[in-house]
Design a protein around this ligand. Sequence first.
Ligand SMILES: [Fe+2]
Length: 264
Amino acid sequence: MGSGESMMELRRSALDEFAHLPPSDRKPFTGVRIELADFPSPVGYSGEVPQTLVRAIADLLVKDRNRSGPGAALVSGLLEHFELEEARSFHEELFRVVWEEFRRRVLPAGTTEDFRIKTGVISDGTIPIELYGSKWSFKRFHADRDALLFSHLYGPVAGFTGGELHLIDIHPYMSLGSLHFDDVFEWSDEPTDGRKPVLRPHHSESALTMCGTKMGALGPDEIVFVNNLPNAGVLHGVTPVIVTDPDIFQREYHRCSVKDLRLC
Ligand SMILES: [Fe+2]
């Protein structure tokens, strides 16, 4: 079995289970925002990210039977300290230490070598259509197939409207409705080997209203982290990007993600 099939099976079975699990009574995505200014000086990072910041982000991300973080974290206040390139370096450094804390909490049986971190910049509107079937990054509500945890830092962004990030906690939605995987999801149809669970369109509005949040159009001041573990049930989607000024249009985001090599 290749990684695609095994991750798809894992995602199907984890999401399917929500029909039988009790919903939690917390409000999805409450308290998801963190201000850098509330932590010891984040200026001049060189391998020293405050542990209090790392723990605060992990507390929000982790969501299992013992903890109740919302499954995402939005860290704001980067522009106070960083130009774009520095912000991207900080982002990578922060991702690595948050991932170690996250792994220690939810995947303690794995070792560092079992996982691979990938980083890179994606330019929306210029993604090769022959590779991905679209020149835009994926927009309907979905979970990425392989990533266990990912984070995005948007910027430069200019010359468009829309592109707002929305998140849904699908666990309570499926629990309350006793809904199974096939009731709620379909698989993305992509030319590459990357089929993802995608929310069926007629559930989008009701799930977003009941168990979602609108994070807004993110920019270079903030980093969003998303717990993308199969059993987290956190979906992400983006509203359509409408180019308003082609001369200055730019929509880049710097992405960090991690996958499990044992599923390759
Ligand atoms: Fe995605």
